[in-house]
Design a protein around this ligand. Structure first.
Ligand SMILES: Nc1ncnc2c1ncn2[C@@H]1O[C@H](COP(=O)(O)OP(=O)(O)OP(=O)(O)O)[C@@H](O)[C@H]1O
Length: 248
């Protein structure tokens, strides 16, 4: 369970997050949605203390992160994975090495690392790309590597900051399907920041709408499912010329 209790964060005099209290249950996919600048990313980064709150408590599965020293925080962060809009892969390392980094940073036993990396790459469908470099991959493949890296230490929570915003509709659907599999088969709690309503509606069980650094409302959702998009070239022509729904 993720518990945010009356947390606030200022940048200079600007209050990016103001007195937010929110509980996210284990096993949920929870969306954070709102206009640009509403404070979604800041709130997400407060959940693993990438941003340190000015006041309030961040409690993950009973552990109050805001009270930990740096060694304890490093240990606690093993159970909180994170992915980003622009993937944040290391360009001069192979796909395999990118995932392995997470294990070495966590002092995962050396003799078990290779098997664990391959297991994570297999989970995201990329085991055959282990020796490629990020530049040789599509955006969707890069995001899948980032997911494999985030899963390496078997996190209980996965924080996702606009994970599909740099991707086209079909690739976005592919990543949402992987995130749903992470939630359903591994039981990982997911917090998903997005400015796209369709993304949140497709896989989230609840969503929190943010406005000007505060929670406007939290709502229950019934996920609508991930929609396939028709990418036949005629569908693009139809959308361009007729402003239709894209179905040829
Ligand atoms: N490190 C920082 N230093 C100064 N201001 C910041 C910093 N990080 C965020 N802000 C400001 O805090 C506000 C909230 O930013 P945040 O990125 O959390 O919003 P957001 O809802 O995720 O918006 P977007 O979708 O545009 O990323 C913005 O006005 C932003 O400029």
């Amino acid at each position: 369970m993720i518990q945010l209790q009356q947390i606030s964060k200022k940048f200079g005099t600007f209050e990016a997050v103001q007195n937010v209290t929110l509980t996210i249950e284990n096993g949920e996919i929870h969306g954070l949605i709102g206009a640009s600048g509403a404070g979604k990313s800041t709130l997400l980064r407060l959940m693993n203390l990438l941003e340190v709150p000015d006041c309030g408590a961040v409690i993950i599965n009973g552990q109050q992160l805001t009270e930990l020293n740096s060694t304890q925080l490093r240990e606690a962060r093993k159970s909180i994975g994170m992915i980003f809009q622009h993937f944040h892969l290391v360009a001069n390392k192979t796909v395999f090495a990118n995932v392995e980094i997470a294990l070495s940073l966590a002092n995962y036993p050396k003799q078990l690392r290779q098997a664990r990396v391959l297991e994570c790459l297999k989970f995201v469908g990329l085991e055959q790309f282990a020796q490629q470099y990020p530049a040789q991959l599509s955006g969707g493949q890069k995001q899948r590597v980032a997911i494999a890296r985030a899963l390496a230490n078997e996190p209980a929570v996965l924080l996702c900051d606009e994970p599909t915003s740099a991707l086209d509709t079909n690739t976005s659907a592919e990543i949402l399907r992987v995130l749903q599999k992470v939630n359903e088969t591994l039981g990982v709690t997911i917090v998903l920041v997005s400015h796209e309503l369709d993304v949140v509606k497709s896989i989230c069980h609840r969503a929190t709408v943010m406005d000007a650094g505060q929670i406007y409302e939290t709502v229950d959702l019934v996920p609508t499912g991930i929609k396939e998009t028709d990418h036949h070239p005629q569908s693009f022509v139809n959308q361009l010329v007729k402003g239709g729904d894209g179905h040829a």
